[in-house]
Design a protein around this ligand. Structure first.
Ligand code: URA
Ligand code: CA
Length: 443
């Protein structure tokens, strides 16, 4: 096989065989194929796309580039959840314990921050003592005992994705449907769960900004997963404005604890009910989405989900007292009010800009191995549709006191807000539910 010919074939819109895809991906991992040829190939895929069959083959080649986690030592249906990346996306911290408290089994491997979005592993590490790098035996033992564990995904799961992602990130080829679908589904399939509920984001803060693209991504991922023998449901939800009020690490753990205590932000609670009920449904724990919703709601109200988070923290070496006292989480040196420059109604909040602003404030990494100040973050006081008076706080910055960072973050943050004179209703949040049976519009 000739690498030049394969690039040309894709460039001209041809369909590659499984053998050709294997040759390309495996050659790249073995460093037989240099970065510049792989980059040209990725750009050809970006422009010409891939057929459904090529998408499945690409995904399976990436799965086979590393280990597959064998979860057969855990009895019952293991259910996973994945979001395509959002700003202030606190859902896993709430969902994993809540689904476990409701009868599901969650053995989840999760990631660190990516681009402008945060990572659940970093958030978990803000809980004092909490260990996220556990040996597999301990992970399985915890899931068998308490039905939930959350650990850091290791580099041995779909290593091809890691190398390809690094190249995509610097060659403007991240936002390609076949490449995103292959990247996400290879890691999910290698992680070994029996079912997966996907939260595909659309809007300014998402990789797929347009609804039609998000729908195609959702369909592609459902097809890949079902084709590999898993139960897969995808929801398409809005990432126009950040989710909930908190964006950061410790600050989102507090938001998760508040949500499990019954005082969560409405958009986050609605999303939890929708994702959680689909997780229970595909697990076979409940016979209908209505029953599943009811059960999740009950386990928020009776605080069984909160108690489960405490068990999870304790099982992974953390201090479970945080669920009753969030003052035990890392605290910021300084809390700074960001005031509204004008009065009116919040028309929009650009989630991407808010995500970047929290990084500028110091809630993210500049290089890939840098530690994060986990106490830094942003707490929104106003969301889309809210009335605001001039000089009223739009947000609180949790800062390390470095005023140059605060000034730079503030400029970005204020640019993200559009305030206008007219009262508007909050934007649409749910778009659709995609399963092997088709697409159902959600209200
Ligand atoms: N998340 C991933 O894991 N991969 C992508 O390509 C995009 C989002
Ligand atoms: Ca949040």
């Amino acid at each position: 096989m000739n690498i030049y010919e394969l690039i040309k074939k894709k460039r001209d819109g041809g369909e590659l065989s499984k053998k050709e895809i294997d040759y390309m991906i495996n050659g790249f991992i073995k460093k037989d194929i240099p970065d510049y040829q792989m980059a040209a190939f990725l750009m050809a895929v970006f422009y010409k796309g891939m057929t459904a069959r090529e998408c499945v083959d690409l995904t399976m080649t990436m799965v086979d580039s590393g280990d597959r986690v064998d979860l057969s030592g855990i009895s019952g249906f293991k259910v996973d959840k994945h979001s395509t990346g959002g700003v202030g996306d606190t859902t896993t911290l709430v969902l994993a314990p809540l689904v476990a408290a409701s009868g599901g089994i969650v053995a989840k491997m999760t990631g660190r921050e990516l681009g402008h979005t945060g990572g659940t592993v970093d958030k978990l590490e803000s809980i004092p003592g909490m260990k996220v790098e556990l040996p597999k035996e301990e992970f399985m033992d915890i899931v068998n005992r308490i039905h939930v564990s959350l650990i850091a995904q290791t580099g041995t799961l779909a290593p091809a994705d890691k190398h390809i992602y690094a190249l995509r990130n610097v060659t403007a080829t991240v936002d390609s449907i076949p490449l995103i679908a292959g990247s996400i589904m290879s890691k999910k399939l290698a992680a070994g769960s029996d079912g997966i509920v996907l939260d595909v984001k659309t809007g300014v803060g998402a990789f797929m900004q347009k609804y039609e693209d998000a729908l195609e991504l959702a369909r592609t991922m459902v097809d890949i997963g079902e084709g590999a023998g898993k139960r897969v449901v995808a929801l398409i939800t809005s990432m126009e404005q950040p989710l909930g009020y908190a964006i950061g690490n410790a600050i989102e753990v507090k938001e998760a604890i508040d949500t499990l205590s019954g005082s969560g932000p409405q958009d986050l609670v609605d999303l939890i009910l929708e994702l959680g009920s689909n997780m229970l449904l595909i697990s076979g724990v409940c016979g209908s989405r209505e029953d599943a919703r009811k059960r999740i709601r009950e386990n928020i109200d009776n605080k069984k989900g909160l108690a489960k988070l405490g068990e999870l923290i304790k099982a992974q070496g953390g201090n479970p007292d945080v669920i009753g006292n969030t003052g035990l989480l890392p605290q910021p040196k300084k809390i700074i009010e960001i005031k509204a420059p004008a009065g009116g109604y919040v028309e929009s909040i650009d989630a991407l800009e808010v995500g970047l602003s929290s990084k500028v404030l110091g809630a993210g990494r500049k290089t890939k191995d840098e530690p994060i100040d986990l106490s830094i973050g942003i707490f929104l006081k106003k969301k889309v549709g809210d009335e605001v008076r001039k000089g009223e706080p739009l947000a609180l910055f949790h800062s390390d006191g470095d005023s140059s960072k605060v000034e730079a973050a503030k400029e970005k943050f204020l640019n993200a807000y559009r305030i206008g004179p007219k009262k508007i209703s909050p934007p649409r949040f749910f778009y659709a539910r995609v399963s092997k049976d088709g697409v159902e519009e959600l209200k």
